[in-house]
Design a protein around this ligand. Sequence first.
Ligand code: FEO
Length: 392
Amino acid sequence: MNPRKIKEKIHWMGSIDWNSRLFDELIPLPDGTSYNAFLLEGSEKTALIDTVDSKFFPELEDQLKDVVKLDYIISLHAEQDHSGSIPAVLAKYPQAKLITTPKAKEILLDLLEIDENSIITVADKETLSLGDKTLEFIHMPWVHWPETMVAYLKEDKILFSCDLFGSHIATTDLFVTDEARAYEAAKRYYAEIMMPFRLMIKKHLEKLAPYAIDIIAPSHGPLLKRPAFILDAYKDWIDGTLKNTVVLPYVSMHQSTEKMVDYLTSALTDEGVKVERFNLTITDIGKLAIALVDAGTIVVGTPTVLAGPHPAAASCAFLANALRPRTKYLSIIGSYGWGGKTIDTLAGMIPNLKVEIIEPVLSKGSPAQEVFDSLQKLAKTIAAKHKEQGFE
Ligand code: FEO
């Protein structure tokens, strides 16, 4: 891909990764992603904001072929999808200085072969003049590593937002053109990457409030010409009213748990509560993560196997605990043959979730009428609690 003009003397560089389907060997990428770098040519100095994963360096090198002198490489985030090509860019421009936060300096030196003398660290709100363009560096730790910062280009009102406000989409659109598609991708990205740090990100949104921003240029996905679109979405995901929804991830071995899941789905629906069901043997965990962003309640369905929850259910509990959704209530349903510690094991796996546990419903073998009666009661309890909380 050739460089793309954003504004006069400001170009997108980087790579569109059409083929990857897994990020960090963990996060599904149904639509690929991009690694965005940006070239700023001031009247006196030239700067490159971020680089690309090292495997894409040949593409970046080609994009830089007409750049004779590079004065600064700015590293907003030390993770290798953005920093991986820094050593190669420094080798190409040995006089360039690497600008980053003090914490990022430590991490970059741990991860990459970089001469410490080439690094200049910047304080929060420190500025850098490129002549007719001025960058302000705003420290924003934990989006989603501890060393991150964003950069604000004052004259052009562009916020280079690092991983914040990004989305994993491979597209030739330089800017978002389809907000519905962008919303889904950005929510998935928020759920998987930013949600565990939402209290920190809430403070960052407040810190950004005084800045006049015309364009948000994240490190992944298309740029945003309507910043309010993503800023309002983040505010809603972080602080908005939870939904009158039950997220119901489940696994079933011999259909007993599935019969309970079917019954509960129907009972909740009759009570006016939306159910988002995920069969854990086939689900895309990204879709499950999206549903967790604003669901009022989680109900995990699992059989007992080897005296505890099915490993797929345990994995789901581990994930939910790591993502720390705002969910207020949690329950567990499922079947068992002769005993086990499914409830205790699952409940012990979610210390990060500030949830009220609603009485679980277990069935010895195939569910009988009294089990369905208990599920009916569970549905009514959930509906009443959601109503009391004003979930919408
Ligand atoms: Fe896109 Fe955290 O790296």
